[in-house]
Design a protein around this ligand. Structure first.
Ligand code: GNR
Ligand code: NI
Length: 173
């Protein structure tokens, strides 16, 4: 197992569309385990491969309440096959947009088709926080961040602050 460095915005790699996985093999399974370890350590409740610089359609999620009660979800090539008519608003954050939070409106419930860690096609229905996090992670595979759902005024304010902290981090090295 290994901890992977998490990219933060603005970074062109977070804006790219990730490529489909051909099959979930040992290398994909290893990446999923490294992503879970990185996510738990952060700590976060979801992580998408592009956040660790890997442009492949792989996500991991765990919204479990405690460390003792882990419920890791591993998905390759996740696709939304149904969304509810009603929406939900959640205050979202992102490991690639550190220290910024904002409300985002998304469908309340979804049905997702994906390849599991055994390379088997599965479907899962989710609502509430799990539905929100799955949509947030699938957005990453399209190069979309939660700030892209905000007004350009709010988005640009956040991006300017992130760029400024990056420049300050370089200056003190
Ligand atoms: O840890 C995370 N928390 C979170 C809270 C509300 C909505 C989405 C998320 S996902 C985020 C981790 C992350 O950046 N995943 O891409
Ligand atoms: Ni994120």
């Amino acid at each position: 197992m290994a901890l992977l460095p998490i990219l933060t915005a603005p970074d062109p790699r977070l804006k790219q569309k990730a490529a489909r996985v051909e099959a979930v093999d040992d290398s994909v399974r290893l990446l999923m385990e490294d992503m879970l370890e990185t996510m738990y350590q952060a700590p976060g409740i979801g992580l998408a491969a592009p956040q660790v610089g890997v442009q492949r359609r792989i996500i991991v999620v765990d919204i479990g309440k405690s460390e003792e009660d882990r419920q890791p979800i591993r998905m390759a090539n996740p696709e939304i096959v149904w969304v509810s008519e009603d929406d939900n608003t959640y205050e979202e954050g992102c490991l690639s947009v550190p220290e910024h939070y904002a409300e985002v409106v998304r469908p309340r419930a979804i049905r997702v088709r994906y390849l599991d860690e055994q390379n088997e096609i599965r479907e899962m229905e989710a609502d509430g926080l799990l539905a929100t996090v799955l949509q947030h992670e699938m957005d990453h595979l399209e190069g979309i961040l939660f700030i892209d759902h905000l007004s350009s005024l709010k988005r640009n304010m956040i991006l300017r602050k992130l760029l400024k902290s990056k420049k300050e981090a370089v200056a003190v090295r």
